[in-house]
Design a protein around this ligand. Structure first.
Ligand SMILES: Nc1ncnc2c1ncn2[C@@H]1O[C@H](COP(=O)(O)OP(=O)(O)OP(=O)(O)O)[C@@H](O)[C@H]1O
Ligand SMILES: [Mg+2]
Length: 215
């Protein structure tokens, strides 16, 4: 079971990780896009860090926090990633409005709903070299571990591992969504920046779950 403290610590860890990888994400996007993914995500992360005190003073409604993050994505991140990650958090928020705690099932449902939202507004699915190549396998892996009755750290670990494999998979395929689609076959060999961000997020969630010893 996790509450506001875990949610805010996880957001902090995610933000720090993205800021740390800003240049790397730009470098990845430079190879197949316009080189701004790290800049976009780092700008968003700095805003989230500055929002943390206000969120911490709030009523602890976890759905409201996720909704706030989604709105920040939409208003503060440029390009394709803003509305896409925005939709992820907005969809993830819906089943958690009014919840001051989230258990493993709540977390997996939030990821599932968020991923379906991205797929819907991106008009995209797995195998198109996008963030969905990390998200969909992560959701499947987390659902499997949830059904096995494993704890949240183990569920996040499974999600992070599946996302890492998803990132590797994006190297083997050509893009047909977003700017990377302009270079088509020449995108093969390069990993997708958006999928890489999803991997960083899940790794940070796992690390936070271990550090805070959540169940
Ligand atoms: N239709 C889509 N569905 C899902 N994810 C997408 C889609 N289009 C782009 N992406 C993701 O967005 C990432 C690029 O985000 P970025 O912050 O660089 O925005 P951008 O430069 O406007 O994007 P793009 O040039 O790909 O439209 C890609 O790596 C990919 O994972
Ligand atoms: Mg870009």
């Amino acid at each position: 079971m996790t509450g506001k403290e875990f949610m805010l610590a996880a957001l902090e860890a995610i933000s720090h990780s993205i800021i740390e990888h800003e240049e790397h994400l730009n470098h990845l996007d430079n190879a197949i896009g316009d080189g701004d993914h790290g800049t976009n995500m780092a700008r968003f992360s700095r805003i989230i860090l500055s929002d943390l005190p206000e969120l911490s003073a709030g009523n602890g409604d976890l759905g409201e926090i996720l909704h706030h993050i989604g709105m920040r994505c939409i208003t503060e991140i440029g390009g394709a990633a803003g509305p896409l990650f925005g939709k992820f958090f907005l969809q993830a928020s819906i089943s958690n409005i009014g919840n001051t705690s989230m258990d493993a099932a709540n977390w997996v449902l939030a990821f599932d709903d968020g991923t379906m939202g991205v797929s819907l507004i991106g008009r995209s699915t797995e195998g198109e070299k996008t963030m969905l190549d990390a998200l969909f396998p992560a959701v499947r892996a987390m659902q499997e571990k949830l059904e096995e009755g494993l704890s949240l750290p183990e569920i996040f670990l499974a999600g992070a591992t599946a996302a890492e494999n998803g990132v590797e998979f994006t190297k083997t395929i050509s893009a047909n969504k977003g700017r990377a689609a302009y270079i088509g076959q020449r995108s093969i060999g390069h990993q997708d920046p958006g999928a890489t961000t999803v991997m960083l997020m899940l790794q940070a969630l796992h690390k936070t779950a271990i550090e805070m010893n959540v169940k």
